[in-house]
Design a protein. Structure first.
Lengths: 609, 130
């Protein structure tokens, strides 16, 4: 043993000697010797030679820790590759949205779970083969685009959203590595195009794009999603809309028939609860199916009730007469001179149903006299007229829950001529929804209730509704509308058993800056029942044609009127107003008290014209 | 004595360790069951949602109307289908239909109890010949 140790120390010593000698002898350029001597130094057991060893160890450790620190810095600076597909997908998959219900709890829009196919490009071995197989199973995926997406350096790409269970099975059986499925929420609208304009739609990522869907996002849903709360349909309260699904369908169906019958370009119809301001039913044709949202972008598919602005024609006369009555310029017994056409500068205002005599106020309404309405507006004056229309909400944009709305087209320089034409519905373009809000206020007792598309109680609606006209004026307007349905232009919509009041409106359309002779926009508004108003019906037809059975006439009384009549007939029982056998004997008690006893006597056909 | 205590202590240690592990594994098992059940509940809820959507789609007014037009003979409610209560025909006089039928069949006569022979004879003799 001792011998062994001797040898070992000898060996070391000899090495050391070499080094020591090397320093003195130094054969020129001998690297080998230097390295040899270095090793000898490191592995030497002699204490006096340990300093370089310790230094080396220190350098090695410093290097190792330096590498670790550098790597850490590198990790911190480089964007983190997604730790797992699940996490990467959490941002990508469609967020849950609350159900939309109609006023009776019927489903209008809901989320269903569907499977979406995704891919992790980094894990796909043969990308071309994957593209080939996937496009074979999913024929509507564009092969070129998919190849591009798979070629990207992303960790997660969608192949196709919302596949059918059958397609899912087929993709599964392809057995491609790096291709998987994720459950997603898909928005579905079981009723298709019914109420499409109110509901709007949500895109594939669950973000509301239009209509109430967008409104809901604005109410904080989007913020919640943005803050990373994963919301499930179970913890979202359904949103109850004001619509009645069955009535909405009936309105759309009758409107579609009306448009087909009168060969109109487009049309819209709505039912407004005049007391609560709820829009119970509405349709605007042509429309789109929110399940295929691409159609919604067609400009012909706009919501004609809130986005379109139109000159409403004679329905505006109701507002003019109410204004003159409310401001005390006329009474129901006043007489208006309509013997001659009204001249103003180069312009002459004619009557469509010219009578060439002095008319009573009810006659101005039932004959739909332009001259009469213009004279009444002149009595009020330009400023008074403007103020009244402003109070009725006709001069500013109407804001409802629907994000889509349009500013009314108000004349820039509003002179006497403007007042005269606006009095009978020309020269001021408003959204039809705006117009029915005003006529609703004339019918419901005088409160201007803002229309809503969400369910609302009558008290809530009337709490902060400004008063537009006096209760007596409102009753007088109901009487005039009822009279018009009994003997005037609205006769055709006087459905037996319903105490209907109505007003027609036919506006010549402006084509290239001139009023067209053969293109008209017809509207019809009906209030039901006229004694205790509950619903206001609006029908609007764009460019209806005269038919042989309408004797070639294309005015509202011949097209929008009967369509409204059909709608009343069909939706009355649905909305809880069955036809009555006994019509009210004292429908207008306030008028009777004011000395207009004739208002409560049904007009006979003898007075008809 | 010390040895016994040591043995007991070791036994208690092993026993408690086994117990603790049993509980731990049971907990894991239950937690897994909960997760599984929650997954199943989610699946059921999703299916309920899908079925609700399907039901709404199948009962949409458009389809119901098409089916009603095809298979039912219904009309919209109109005034001519409604009458006042007074117009309804008055109630008919009460008629004992069963009694009349019995009379017509000649069964209206008093019946005899089998034990009373005289009464039977009387009944037989009083029956009119037919």
């Amino acid at each position: 043993m001792d011998e062994d140790r001797e040898k070992m120390s000898d060996g070391f010593d000899s090495g050391l000697d070499n080094k020591a000698n090397g320093a003195t002898v130094r054969p020129a350029g001998s690297c080998v010797q230097v390295i040899e001597s270095l090793f000898a130094g490191i592995f030497s057991a002699r204490l006096d030679k340990s300093a370089p060893r310790i230094r080396l160890a220190a350098w090695v450790f410093l290097g190792v820790y330096g590498i670790i620190a550098g790597k850490l810095l590198d990790f911190a600076l480089r964007p983190d590759p997604p730790a797992s597909v699940k996490r990467a997908a959490a941002d990508a998959i469609a967020a849950a949205r609350p159900d939309l219900l109609d006023r009776n709890g019927e489903l209008l829009a809901t989320d269903i779970k569907v499977m979406s196919v995704f891919a992790e490009p980094r894990r796909i071995i043969d990308k071309d083969e994957a593209v080939e197989l996937l496009t074979a199973v999913l024929p509507d995926v564009d092969a070129h685009e998919l190849r591009e997406r798979l070629g990207s350096r992303k960790g997660f790409v969608w192949v196709k959203r919302a596949v059918t269970p059958k397609q899912q099975q087929e993709v599964y059986h392809l057995g491609l590595p790096g291709v998987g499925f994720l459950p997603e929420n898909k928005r579905v609208y079981p009723n298709g195009p019914v109420a499409a304009h109110v509901l709007g739609f949500a895109n594939l990522d669950g973000i509301g794009i239009s209509g109430l869907e967008k409104y809901i996002d604005g109410q904080g849903l989007a913020d919640l999603h943005g803050a990373g709360f994963s919301l499930t349909p179970e913890n979202l309260t359904p949103v109850t809309t004001s619509l009645d699904l069955k009535a909405t369908y009936a309105v759309r169906d009758e409107l579609a028939r009306g448009i087909a019958k009168f060969k109109a370009k487009a049309g819209a119809a709505a039912i407004l609860d005049v007391n609560s301001g709820e829009v119970v039913a509405m349709a605007s044709l042509p429309d789109y199916d929110p399940n295929s949202p691409a159609d919604a972008l067609d400009p012909n598919h706009i919501n004609r009730l809130s986005v379109g602005v139109y000159e409403m024609g004679s329905t505006f006369k109701a507002i003019s007469i109410a204004m003159a009555l409310d401001l005390g310029k006329i009474t129901l017994h006043s007489r208006i001179d309509a013997r001659d056409s009204l001249r103003y500068g180069h312009f002459t205002i004619h009557d469509f149903h010219a009578t060439h005599r002095v008319l009573s106020v009810p006659e101005v309404f039932t004959y739909s006299s332009n001259i009469g309405a213009a004279r009444m507006a002149l009595m009020v004056g330009v400023e008074g007229h403007k103020a009244f229309l402003g109070k009725m909400g006709q001069l500013s944009r109407l804001r409802t829950e629907l994000p889509e709305s349009a500013e009314p087209l108000v004349p820039k320089n509003w002179g006497e001529l403007n007042t005269m034409t606006i009095a009978f519905g020309q020269g001021l373009s408003v959204a039809p929804l705006q117009a029915i809000m005003a006529v609703g206020a004339l019918a419901n007792g005088g409160l201007l209730v803002t229309p809503t598309f969400l369910k609302r109680g009558e008290e809530d609606a009337k709490k902060d509704a400004p008063r537009a006209v006096k209760a007596e004026t409102s009753e007088a307007m109901r009487y005039l509308m009822r009279l018009n349905a009994e003997i005037g232009t609205a006769k055709i919509a006087d459905i037996k058993g319903y105490f209907v009041g109505g007003k027609t409106g036919t506006a010549d359309k402006i084509v290239h800056g001139h009023y067209s002779k053969d293109k008209v926009l017809t509207t019809f508004m009906a209030v039901l029942p006229a004694d205790k108003p509950k619903y206001l019906f609006l029908t609007l037809l764009d460019e209806p044609q005269g038919l042989p059975e309408t004797a070639g006439y294309r005015t509202a009384a011949w097209n929008a009127g009967p369509v409204t009549g059909k709608i009343i007939e069909r939706t009355g029982p649905l909305l809880g107003i069955p036809p009555r056998i006994d019509l009210p004997t004292q429908p207008f008690p306030l008028l009777a008290k004011l000395g207009y006893a004739e208002a409560n006597v049904p007009a006979h056909s003898g007075r008809a014209h | 004595m010390m040895r016994l205590l040591n043995t007991l202590a070791i036994a208690a240690l092993i026993g408690s360790a086994i117990y603790a592990y049993t509980i731990k594994y049971e907990t894991i098992f239950h937690a897994e069951t909960i997760v599984k059940l929650q997954h199943e509940i989610k699946l059921e809820q999703d299916q309920i949602g899908t079925l609700r959507a399907e039901w709404a789609h199948l009962t949409r007014p458009e389809r119901i109307q098409a089916l009603a037009d095809k298979f039912l003979d219904l009309q919209p409610v109109a005034l001519n289908q409604i009458v006042r209560a007074e117009v309804l025909p008055g109630k008919a006089p009460r008629v004992d239909a069963i009694g009349r039928k019995l009379e017509a069949l000649g069964l209206a006569e008093p019946t005899n109890t089998p034990g009373d022979a005289n009464a039977l004879d009387a009944a037989v003799s009083s029956t009119p010949p037919r």
